[in-house]
Design a protein around this ligand. Structure first.
Ligand code: DQA
Length: 142
């Protein structure tokens, strides 16, 4: 299968920001682990990160229009909690999208308990750090 792992706002600082919450592994290190997992399973994977909502929307559209991926693993960061634009983009495409969070958003501040994306995603994984991404890939493959 062909996967896209997409990270949104502030995720480029993973490993450097709020280490107690998100750990010390950088996004590149996490992506290396994901790439190794996909390779071992005969799957291909691409990575994309942007802090800009519209660029994330464009990437979803491109993947859909060019039929590039069988599944998308998406950590939208704080956009999760309020971006109706990303929600509509996910609803617009017929590629299954898995919502991912490294932290357990339900054990944190109240504003993080609400996701405007979950309803249009195939599934949601949170709380397992880098393993959240890998669990979502397992879910999309099943
Ligand atoms: C996050 C959780 C979000 O609430 C937060 O805004 C992030 C990261 C996570 O991976 O745990 O930036 O998506």
């Amino acid at each position: 299968m062909k996967f896209l792992v997409m990270n949104g706002v502030n995720l480029n600082l993973t490993g450097k920001r709020e280490k107690g919450v998100y750990g010390t592994a950088t996004l590149d290190e996490i992506n290396e682990k994901i790439a190794a997992f996909c390779k071992a399973n005969g799957d291909s994977v691409e990575f994309y990160q942007s802090n800009i909502e519209g660029e994330l929307v464009n990437k979803l559209h491109e993947g859909y229009l060019q039929r590039s991926y069988d599944g998308i693993i998406f950590n939208a960061g704080a956009f999760t909690h309020y971006s109706y634009a990303l929600r509509d983009a996910i609803a617009a495409i017929d590629i299954p999208v898995a919502e991912v969070h490294m932290s357990n958003v339900h054990a944190r501040e109240e504003f993080r308990h609400k996701s405007v994306l979950s309803e249009v995603c195939k599934g949601v994984v949170c709380g397992f750090g880098a393993a959240s991404y890998i669990s979502a890939i397992v879910g999309l493959k099943s």
